[in-house]
Design a binder for this molecule. Structure first.
Ligand code: NAP
Length: 244
């Protein structure tokens, strides 16, 4: 019997991993299941929360899971904390896959902030027309800046905010499209999480070319002592080591 692996997903690299691991392991992918038009990974998958640490611990035991790979988004800190607690309780191996964050390049004007609230406080010093690309969670922090704001999300927030314009779209994006958007909407400041990866990086290139400042929200820290991989190849090597 191949090892049974829980793959916590919701990201492009989790879908890629599900594909790469499916021939050698019994993989079950887990998705929070909150976005419409879910892109399902290959193989077995489940959707929806587990019911906190207790629910996840019970689910792992019932399913006979041998190892957990957390390939959730770098800002999905609650899910990662729950994975650490549940795998510790059951003495199961856990590896977190974290894509590298974005790095500032010559020509960039980046301002780092610890969270959405700090980003909102900084914005009036930087511009008048804001492009928010932080997803739908955390939008409320920007409601009172008094600045014209365009917010891009995959799905509409609930309730739909009245203080900004919404643009419903999903990546991947390209530089030509991002340049056109920034120019036609006369954007003069961009806000993003430091998500990393290629799918949504074109906005940073476009901002650099247009000399637009970018406010970056830093990633939440990973729990201490956790094992981290940065590529799907590292995850494969880690699993191979465990299964001999
Ligand atoms: P979160 O705040 O860390 O998690 C909140 C709760 O959602 C968790 O406690 C868990 O519920 C449930 N959950 C999250 N990920 C899950 C998964 N893969 N499978 C089953 N349940 C999950 O996470 P989030 O920021 O809301 O992100 C939710 C999902 O969207 C993640 O899969 C993440 O990879 C993806 N995503 C997030 C972002 C972002 O910016 N945060 C961006 C792109 C994609 P229970 O406590 O009931 O188990």
């Amino acid at each position: 019997m191949p090892d049974r692996v829980l793959l916590l997903g919701g990201t492009a690299e989790a879908r890629l991993l599900a594909d790469e691991l499916s021939s050698e392991y019994d993989v079950v992918s887990s998705l929070a299941g909150r976005v419409s038009e879910l892109r399902l990974p290959v193989g077995e998958s489940r959707q929806g929360g587990f019911g906190g640490v207790a629910g996840l611990t019970q689910w792992l035991a019932e399913q006979g899971i041998d190892a957990v790979v957390d390939a959730t988004h770098p800002f999905a800190a609650t899910m990662t904390a729950h994975a650490v607690a549940a795998t510790t309780a059951l003495n199961l191996p856990l590896l977190v896959l974290r894509r590298p964050g974005w790095q500032e390049q010559p020509g960039d004007t980046w301002h780092w902030t610890p969270d959405a609230q700090a980003a909102a406080t900084l914005l009036p010093k930087l511009g008048r027309r804001v492009f928010l690309t932080i997803g739908r969670q955390g939008l409320a922090a920007f409601a009172d800046t008094g600045l014209w704001t365009l917010a891009r999300c995959v799905d509409p927030p609930d309730p739909v905010p009245t203080w900004c314009e919404l643009l419903l779209d999903r990546g991947p994006y390209n530089v030509a499209g991002e340049l056109e958007l920034l120019q036609t909407r006369q954007i003069d400041v961009l806000v993003t999480k430091n998500s990393g990866g290629d799918m949504t990086a074109a906005k940073l290139t476009a901002a650099r070319q247009l000399g637009i400042p970018v406010v970056l929200i830093e990633r939440p820290p990973l729990p201490p002592g956790i094992q981290v991989a940065h590529t799907t190849a590292e995850v494969q090597a880690w699993l191979a080591d465990r299964t001999g």
